[in-house]
Design a protein around this ligand. Sequence first.
Ligand code: COA
Length: 385
Amino acid sequence: MTDAHPTFSPGLSGVPVTRSSVSFIDGTRGVLEYRGISVNSLATKSNFVETAYLLLFGALPTPSQLATFRQDLGEHRRIKYRIVDLMKCLPEGGHPMDALQAAVAALGMFYPGVDVQNPKTQYLSAVRLIAKLPTLVAAYARLRHGDDYLPPRDDLTHSENFLYMLTGRVPDKVLSEIFDACLVLHAEHGMNASTFSGLVTASTLTDPYTVVSSAIGTLKGPLHGGATEKVLIMLTHIGSVSNVRPWLEARIAAKEKIMGFGHREYKVKDPRAVILQQLAGRLFSHYGSSPMYEVATEVERVNESLLSSKNVYANVDFYSGILYERMGIERDCFPPVFAMARVVGWLAHWMEQVKDNHLFRPTEIYQGKHGLPYRPPDDRNLAEL
Ligand code: COA
């Protein structure tokens, strides 16, 4: 037996695992489209709720479809008191992503997702999950500090309500619009690891709460949803604009990766980073700049000369953490906020999967031994085991 195998692609790199019409990525032209519409248009002209409808159902809603969807989402923001109690019992030092995963799995005990191929079940489950995730994220973020859980408010938009439940203050329009655009930009991104994880789980025809909780577990990893926090740690280490060039040159000479730069798909600047940079400009010109933001813009300027020859540019994680921190979101809550947006993409792919379901059951290349005898305990040589 050898390692070589004609069809083996580590990490399934480049291997199509499904047919999909949810989103399209062209990494050489820097294009990302949701259902054929550029993410740039959606981030600047649409909003998260309308974009969620587009991703789930394949077309932009009519005014009455949008009104119904918005109302349904508003009505399902609340969570059962038992779920709040469950989160109160979790360790306050635990990761918010683990709390979110546990709470979403528990939701499935309150709302059993039977008959998952039924469009009515799908609609209701999708509405519940999109509506309740922000409440769960904000609830744990407060409860772990000993603060009261703030129930959702019906009079606020999806994004205003989340920031209100998190901070206790109704955000102003500029802040909530920028946050909403961040959610649009994170809502979907093709067959990434967490979406694939959700797809595998979905293919067993289990309930959507289990699908989403498995995707949350995958998103948590540092190679996926954890990079945003690392960007802020890096910017804190750099500390000042004057230290940017020597710091970057030393890291690149040592073959270290600069956080928030490079992407497996994009060989030009990530189109989401382009928009996030504009949003950061708007946020900091409105609320006043910060040393962190000034260091970040200098990092991007210097990296242009150091890394562009390798087609390495800023990715979605470079500016999003700076924006979130300025909005009062704690660093370990960045991945749960990512999940609040990406739940839409997970659900859109779940619906596609169960519509024409095939159980995922890939194969493997066996590299172990054959035909060994069974030896009784006293006759075993440890060195052979
Ligand atoms: N900083 C410095 N150099 C980088 C780099 C980065 N962030 N990303 C890639 N490069 C360099 C590599 O060192 C390599 O150089 P070499 O040809 O001299 O060896 C070249 O660019 C190609 O890199 P490679 O690792 O093959 O690219 P990839 O497509 O496999 O990597 C990532 C993609 C995302 C894994 C990688 O860019 C990375 O680790 N980025 C930092 C973490 C991050 O921001 N992750 C979030 C992604 S959304």
